[in-house]
Design a protein around this ligand. Structure first.
Ligand code: XLS
Ligand code: NI
Ligand code: NI
Length: 438
């Protein structure tokens, strides 16, 4: 029985289409920079938002109409939900998905019961993966919802909670491997603090590093070869989260000898919560060799939290795709994971289609624009020109390590004054970028 009987498989109809259930830009097999769009973008649906989002907020009850839900937290309901999910991804033409352990299966009274429940549901996930060819982009463990994690998981002051979290991640890694996951994400939802008065930050960070080393060791032991990611976020739910932005994560990874094993999963709305924009985070991760994957969404400048809206701004997706083309030629082995949810007021199942179609089209258009910008090379030439004083003469000598303060003083004493500056041309550059957009 279909959960979406009135919705056809979403097709590419081209930019002039007015069909709201069609793509105008995402044409999976169209080549961009010599590769099919589907292989560059690797779209993924987030199980937690799309299947478990209820529309509840701190002021109101759930709003979503989901006819396939029985309203009971049973394995049977969880298994049915998995089948609905795969039908959704199939109709949308998305080839990847992501999930947390506790999104897909009911929790149990004990760890053993949780694990048994998860196994029952994973069986169906595997079946559905085989039936549809849809693959797992990454798995993760929810180490933040249960009350035991109130003080954190790997950074909890309670050693038993650390042990529970370790056991939970062990299982999540096994399941991710079983499902052929291309990656595994650590998002430290409660790995942070509310006040330093009760927090031994150094000890907590040492514990977090120990935890991640254990994960690396266990992955090696079981032969899980997927990419590990850390997903930076500065706050919410805690006030100070340790993985606050790309720079903080990279510093942590290097300080604890973990840099070989991790890349970053950058989320747009987390970047803005950190007081950056996503292109800053991507560029920083990229130049340091840590660019991994993206959690695609967008925030609202008028709201100071993780609103996880679907991206609809081509300017934003163009910038994201410029970074990925520059550093990796695409997203692989990561992907564009829509860590995004429909608004509380968009409560019908069809809204899930509209939301993802919009996000996918916006990314596809951003990809095409980014490729065009790169092919024309005008912006690149302007950038090179701006730094041309470093390509020869004194600049080239400094870069080659041939100078020190003394020799530079001699150089400048002889010259008397620096060469004049060039205009930064920001407005011209913005106009040039807009030529590609409209
Ligand atoms: C929450 C995070 C979360 C991670 C996965 O803000 O974005 O959804 O992506 O645990
Ligand atoms: Ni995320
Ligand atoms: Ni988020």
């Amino acid at each position: 029985m279909s959960a979406f009987p009135d919705i056809p498989k979403i097709q590419y109809e081209g930019p002039d289409s007015k069909n709201p259930l069609a793509f105008r830009h995402y044409n999976p097999d169209e080549l961009v920079e010599g590769k099919p769009m589907r292989e560059i973008l690797r779209f993924s649906v987030a199980f937690w938002h799309t299947m478990r989002g209820t529309g509840a907020d701190p002021f109101g009850a759930p709003t979503m109409i989901r006819p396939w839900e029985s309203g009971q937290d049973t394995i049977e309901n969880a298994q049915r939900r998995i089948r609905v999910f795969f039908e959704f991804c199939e109709k949308l033409g998305v080839e990847f998905y992501c999930f947390h352990d506790r999104d897909v299966a009911p929790a149990g009274a004990t760890l053993a019961e949780c694990n048994r429940n998860l196994d029952e549901v994973v069986k169906v996930m595997k079946e559905e993966q085989e039936r549809t060819g849809i693959r797992l982009l990454w798995g993760t463990a929810n180490l933040f919802s249960h009350p035991r994690y109130m003080h954190g998981a790997a950074t909890s002051p309670n050693a038993d909670v650390f042990a529970y979290a370790a056991a939970q991640v062990k299982k999540a890694l096994e399941v991710t491997k079983e499902l052929g996951g291309a990656g595994y994400v650590f998002w430290g939802g409660r790995e942070g603090y509310s006040t330093l008065w009760n927090t031994d930050m150094k000890r907590e960070l040492d514990h977090l590093a120990r935890f991640l080393h254990m994960a690396v060791e266990y992955a090696q032991e079981i032969g899980f070869t997927g990419q590990f990611y850390i997903e930076p976020k500065p706050k919410e739910p805690t006030k100070h989260q340790y993985d606050s932005d790309a720079a903080a994560c990279i510093n942590f990874l290097r300080a604890y000898g973990l840099e070989k094993y991790f890349k970053l999963n950058i989320e747009t709305n987390h970047a803005t919560l950190a007081g950056h924009n996503v292109e800053h985070e991507l560029e920083y991760a990229g130049m340091q060799g840590f660019l991994g994957s993206v959690d695609a969404n967008t925030g609202d400048l008028l709201l100071g939290w993780d609103t996880d809206q679907f991206p609809t701004d081509v300017y934003l997706t163009t910038k994201i795709m410029l970074a990925f083309l520059k550093y990796k030629g695409g997203l692989a082995p990561g992907g564009v994971n829509f860590d995004a949810k429909v608004r509380r007021e968009s409560f019908e199942p069809i809204d899930l289609f509209y939301a993802h179609i919009g996000g996918m089209d916006t990314f596809a258009k951003g990809l095409k624009i980014a490729a065009q910008i790169r092919a024309d090379g005008e912006l690149q030439r302007m950038l090179q020109q701006r730094y041309s004083s470093w390509d020869s003469g004194i600049g080239a000598e400094i870069e080659a390590g041939k100078h020190n303060f003394r020799t530079l003083e001699q150089y400048m004493l002889a010259k008397g004054e620096a060469d004049p500056n060039q205009s930064g041309r920001q407005e011209l550059i913005e106009n040039i970028v807009n030529r590609y957009i409209f």
